[in-house]
Write a protein that binds this ligand. Structure first.
Ligand code: 4AD
Ligand code: MG
Length: 467
């Protein structure tokens, strides 16, 4: 084959220099035609769009042509020609074809219209579908947008550890990390597991959040963010929970809860606007196939001011709804943790816009949130979204050493895990605030998909860690 530099299909489809010699490489989506001519739809993952390759069969080796089946990988040299068909400007009149990889007939993606459930069982191949190509291109774009947002505003990307000795959320939902031989665990004199024999000489786990280390960084570098995987061994088999998910956690010195709320609203709108500006082909595909109201919903959220409401106000609205006959699965009363059904009622039915809820009872929030003057509620905030419920959780942090120490003790968190965190409150403590955005929850909203397993390449959930 003649050596011609490869053009990606995304770039090729924009070209109008018809007559040029080009090379493309990609996977066969479909092949149709007659005895004389074949039309091959080729996709290389650079865009949702395929390029049509026209092959006059007479000029090619018959054995080679037989290998051009759905899923096969081809390198094609040809002439860029103006397309007569609808939709696309350019197609390729093939002059040379090399089959880089044949695809045998057990290929599970022969036909269109597989269910999302089936595609989860073949997560190693699903990026080859239009749907997952679109989702993973959007996922990349959103990761880029997040870095750009913070970098442009002088935040530093700070890397927090994945293996830790502490439980940042104090919820005890951690995966243990150990090299101990579980069939023959070292025991101390009291018959307890002897972690001195373990790899780190102490009990360790995968992190549930980078926040505590992020706070150390914010009280030194000013404005930081973390963006990495976090792990939670909560046994919630829901369409919104993963055992391994990615979280974005900005933390800013001198920000109070209001600054934090403003940052959260501005940030999430920026991300959604970025998707509208940079991922339109993929969004349109997802809208057409999965969620007819997607683009309108995205535009609405960018254009509307989020509702601010206290937890107490929210509970009142919910109690009134119950009194008027609305049925919730979980009970509503002041002090109860809100379930996703409650959050969605407030957002979708009552306020009809995203809601930033603040001032929760301290009992249902983490130990590090700043206590309000009432001694009952904390300066925390959750951002609640249509279809999702909670997408962001954050707070102003408790900065007073004694108050924080008491909160740690009240929550039965061992001081041996927290001394370094408390140190920041001894050495030049300052007001500071931050939040965590669940990256996959953002992707659920932006893609319109309804199961979180479909917005991460290889989901980890209870009883599932394949691939
Ligand atoms: O509300 P969370 O637990 O807050 C924190 O972890 C804080 N340390 C954040 C901070 O203030 N720096 O989690 C933050 C967000 C949630 O709002 C949700 O979007 C997402 O992380 N999240 C999950 N996403 C997928 N699967 C799970 N199991 C999740 N748990 C939380
Ligand atoms: Mg939360």
């Amino acid at each position: 084959m003649e050596r011609i530099g490869r053009t990606k299909i995304v770039d090729l489809l924009k070209r109008a220099d018809f007559g040029a010699k080009v090379n493309i490489k990609g996977w066969v989506r479909t092949r149709r035609g007659s005895k004389k001519v074949s039309f091959i739809a080729l996709n290389d993952g650079s865009t949702i769009n395929n390029v049509q390759v026209v092959v006059d069969l007479a000029g090619f080796d018959e054995e080679m042509l037989k290998k051009i089946t759905t899923g096969a990988c081809l390198s094609v040299n040809g002439i860029l020609v103006e397309s007569m068909g609808q939709g696309q400007n350019a197609e390729i009149q093939a002059s040379e074809i090399e089959v880089l990889g044949v695809c045998d007939n057990t290929y599970p993606l022969q036909k269109k219209g597989h269910t999302l459930e089936f595609l989860r069982e073949i997560a190693h191949l699903r990026p080859r579908t239009n749907t997952f190509g679109a989702i993973f291109r959007i996922r990349h774009n959103m990761a880029y947008a997040i870095h750009k947002y913070f970098h442009d505003r002088g935040f530093f990307y700070f890397h927090t550890p994945l293996i830790t000795g502490s439980d940042a959320e104090g919820a005890g939902e951690m995966f243990q990390v150990t090299t101990l031989d579980l069939d023959n665990v070292a025991k101390d004199e009291n018959g307890k597991v002897d972690y001195k024999e373990d790899f780190f000489g102490k009990e360790t786990n995968l992190t549930v959040s980078g926040q505590l280390e992020g706070e150390l960084a914010a009280t030194a570098l000013g404005s930081i963010y973390t963006f990495g995987p976090t792990f939670r061994a909560e046994n919630s088999n829901t369409p919104r929970h993963l055992a391994e998910f990615w979280m974005v956690e900005p933390e800013v010195a001198f920000n109070d809860n209001n600054d934090n709320i403003e940052l959260a609203e501005d940030f999430i709108k920026y991300c959604i606007q970025w998707a509208l500006d940079n991922c339109l082909d993929d969004l349109k595909f997802l809208e057409e196939h999965f969620d007819k109201g997607l683009l309108e919903r995205l535009q609405n959220v960018v254009g509307v001011e989020f509702k601010r409401a206290t937890y107490t106000e929210g509970v009142k609205v919910l109690e009134e709804a119950v009194a008027a006959g609305h049925k919730f699965e979980f009970p509503v009363y002041w002090g109860a943790d809100l379930a996703s059904e409650h959050e969605r009622y407030l957002v979708e039915v009552h306020y009809k816009r995203p809601v930033i809820m603040t001032d929760y009872p301290k009992e249902i929030k983490a130990f590090y949130m700043k206590l309000n003057e009432d001694g009952k509620t904390v300066r925390g905030m959750d951002v609640l979204f249509p279809k999702i419920g909670e997408i962001i959780g954050g707070s102003e942090r408790e900065t007073d050493y004694e108050t924080l120490k008491k909160r740690v003790e009240d929550n039965n968190i061992p001081m041996s895990d927290m001394w370094w965190y408390l140190d920041t409150r001894k050495y030049g403590s300052c007001p500071h605030s931050g939040f965590g955005l669940g990256f996959e929850r953002l992707l659920l909203f932006i893609t319109g998909m309804s199961n979180i397993r479909d917005v991460i390449p290889f989901p980890r959930t209870p009883n599932n860690a394949d691939f």
